[in-house]
Each structure stands twice: as structure tokens, then as C-alpha cells.
Design a protein. Structure first.
Length: 258
């Protein structure tokens, strides 16, 4: 897959995508990240890319002309159609579902806005999808683009090894991840749940599933509401809830009848 990033800060975006799993995916030729700087397509001596906002008020807006020329060059340079994404808080929330759909495309372009954003006419003409990484305001689209590159890059075939397999991710089944432990077995901070030390793989699978369900119930009831649970899952979640309430009552020094 190829990702083209349109940004006034190409070095920053490139550096973000060169580390870890996604950096390795690039080295292995599974992912190609290229940057395009609107400043290179400005035509005046000052290489202007922004203008004052019509209607008054503070802030600057990224102008049509450099971006029109840039998109012309970008589309000229690609043999396949490019799916263009604009990163902004007005977009649809990025979910693992959207990540999967983007990851399946051969070419995606990420448009990073600075200042107050991009002239709306350019957006209407060039952008296929507007995405937000969350309900907060960044100072530009670059970090949001880096989030998309990371989440999409690690899903490319061959990017993850077996241990990291995307099958094991939280969200792959719509639930949060279970807790994880490593050596030592006993520590001043506590002991590892005994079931994980026993080698009963069916019991371990059930424990992990139960923790995933329970944590999702406690922390993200909105996600749980989206899940269709089979009979085993419902039983495991019931078990988790009963244990959770029992532990709460112990903590409060009261019984369920109080
Ligand atoms: N998820 N930002 C875009 C420029 C901007 C300003 C106003 C449209 C209107 C963001 C996010 C995000 C900051 C990127 C503002 N665009 N992007 N930028 N949250 O906060 O994606």
C-alpha cells in the first residue's frame, strides 16, 4: 500500500512513520509513505500557502491554488485512483473498522491542515472522506495523520509477526484487551493469577475472555452494547460481574444484603 501525506511538515511525518512495526513494514516494502509539501507548489516569491479568512476574524486558511497544483501532480504521478482523507475534528471518528477499510486500499492520501484549516471549496472538490482521531483540538493534522499511518501500516500483510498478530488486538472482536503478566511470578506488587501459570489452555482462554468482557463492561459499556455475545461469553461476563460485586462488598466491609 502507498500513503501520500500532504503536509507543511514533511520531516515530522516521515520521522513518525520510520519507527517500530510501521518503519519495518516500509523497509520490507509492504508500505510506502511519501510526502508532498504545499509550499513547493506556491507560485509567488514568498511561497505563500495561506490567506486571511473571508468574513474577518483571526486565523489563516490554507489557499486553494497551491493545493490544486499539488493534487494535479499527485494524481498525475499515480497509476491508480487515490482515496483522499482530510484529518479534522469535524470528521467521522477513526475506529478500527475504518482503519481496516483504509488498510485494504492500494493508495490513500492524507491531507494535513494547519491554521484554521483548508478552503472549503478545495475540500469539496478533492476530499473523499473526513476523519477525526478524537474530540480534542490539535495544532495541525500531522499527528492525526501519523495515527492513521501507524494503525493502517501495522495491518499490512507481513507487518506483524505471529505473536503480534492483529487477531489478538483489542477491538479485533470489539472488546478491550485482557491484562498481561511476565516474570517474576511473585513480586512485592502482587502475584500472577494462578490460572496463567497452570498450562490449562482452555482455562487460560476462558480467563482471558472473561477479563476482556469484564473490562469492557467496566470501562467501555458503549463498546459492549455493540457486541453480540454468544452463550459462553454471557456466562463469563455474569461470572465476572458476580465476582466484581462480591469484591466491592468485601472492600466496603458490608454484605450484599446491606
Ligand atoms: N482529528 N486538527 C486539523 C486544522 C483545521 C482547523 C479547523 C479544520 C477546521 C484533528 C483531530 C485536529 C486540528 C487537524 C485542526 N481543520 N485532526 N486542523 N482531532 O484536531 O484529526
Amino acid at each position: 500500500m502507498r500513503i501520500d501525506v500532504i503536509t507543511l511538515f514533511p520531516d515530522f511525518v516521515r520521522q513518525c512513520s520510520e519507527v517500530g512495526v510501521v518503519g519495518r513494514a516500509q523497509q520490507r516494502g509492504l508500505l510506502q509513505v511519501e510526502t508532498w509539501n504545499p509550499r513547493d507548489y506556491a507560485t509567488d516569491n514568498y511561497r505563500t500557502v495561506d490567506g486571511r479568512t473571508f468574513g474577518g476574524g483571526p486565523g489563516m486558511v490554507m489557499m486553494i491554488e497551491p493545493l490544486r497544483a499539488l493534487f494535479g501532480a499527485l494524481r498525475e504521478a499515480s497509476d491508480e485512483p487515490t482515496h483522499v482523507v482530510y484529518l479534522s475534528p469535524q470528521g467521522a471518528r477513526l475506529t478500527q473498522d475504518r482503519v481496516r477499510k483504509l488498510a485494504a486500499r492500494p493508495r490513500v492520501a492524507l491531507l494535513c491542515g494547519r491554521y484554521e484549516g483548508v478552503d472549503e471549496r478545495l475540500l469539496a472538490h478533492e476530499v473523499d472522506e473526513e476523519i477525526s482521531v478524537g474530540d480534542y483540538v490539535l495544532s495541525g493534522g500531522e499527528l492525526a495523520a501519523a495515527v492513521v499511518i501507524d494503525a493502517v501500516g501495522r495491518l499490512q500483510d507481513g507487518a506483524l509477526n505471529d505473536a503480534q498478530s492483529a487477531q489478538q488486538d483489542s477491538f479485533s472482536d470489539g472488546l478491550l484487551d485482557c491484562p498481561h503478566y511476565t516474570r517474576p511470578e511473585t513480586d512485592a506488587l502482587g502475584t500472577v493469577p494462578p490460572v496463567l501459570l497452570g498450562g490449562d489452555h482452555a482455562a487460560i482462554r476462558r480467563w482471558r475472555r472473561k477479563q476482556s468482557l469484564g473490562r469492557t463492561w467496566l470501562r467501555r459499556p458503549d463498546l459492549l452494547a455493540q457486541c453480540v455475545l454468544d452463550e459462553e461469553s454471557r456466562a463469563l461476563l455474569d461470572e465476572f460481574r458476580r465476582e466484581h460485586f462480591a469484591a466491592q462488598h468485601l472492600e466496603a466491609g458490608t454484605g450484599p444484603q446491606d
